[in-house]
Design a protein. Structure first.
Length: 195
């Protein structure tokens, strides 16, 4: 698959799976800055974001075999794992202060390393495609996705916060995700974000 071949991290992931600590260190050097920025953005706290980053790379070391290159790049997988861990941590401190809701369009973070020019260019192209797809969503769907993905709210909590019926919230989230998936589908299989 062209997308898999073009992922510069795929060989590193194979080496991590084979328990190569140098490969894990290289993966960390390439992406820690971007992952830390994402965790900080979700959590609003640098200390907790650093703890999440450690958890993510411990997970990568233990579970590298769960990475499936057919489903996307290693960086995409790392971003999803980081976001999930950060949201889990956010949910454990429900009673505490909450960060502001972030915009889906603000998710993109500048590349962590200037050394890998090709990967940086590819990342910027992918970012542009993603931002464009998000901008095309109707406002109500975009808002529901922001509350779910950046504030870590459940459908019920989104309904309460926005004074919207639960069924409507579920529909907005589902439709928003379907539209994003449909808009980005041509690029997943074609390797467009890896060429």
């Amino acid at each position: 698959m062209s997308q898999s071949r073009s992922d510069p991290d795929r060989p590193l992931m194979a080496r991590v799976e084979a328990r190569d600590a140098d490969a894990l260190a290289e993966l960390y050097d390439r992406h820690a800055g971007r992952l830390l920025a994402l965790a900080r953005r979700v959590l609003g706290d640098s200390g907790e974001a650093e703890e999440v980053l450690q958890e993510v790379f411990l997970f990568v070391w233990r579970s590298a075999a769960s990475f499936d290159p057919a489903r996307g790049s290693a960086l995409t997988w790392l971003l999803i794992v980081t976001r999930s861990r950060a949201i889990d941590r956010l949910r454990t401190r429900r009673g505490g202060s909450r960060p502001e809701v972030r915009s889906l369009e603000d998710l993109a973070e500048p590349p962590a390393s200037e050394d890998d020019v090709e990967a940086n260019t590819t990342g910027r192209q992918w970012e542009t495609l993603c931002r464009s797809a998000v901008r095309e969503l109707p406002e109500d769907q975009r808002r529901a996705l922001e509350l779910a993905y950046f504030d870590g709210l459940t459908h019920q909590e989104i309904a309460e916060r926005t004074a919207t019926p639960l069924g409507t919230v579920k529909t907005r989230v589902r439709l928003g995700l379907m539209k994003l998936r449909e808009r980005m589908r041509p690029y997943w299989g074609s390797g467009a974000h890896g060429s």
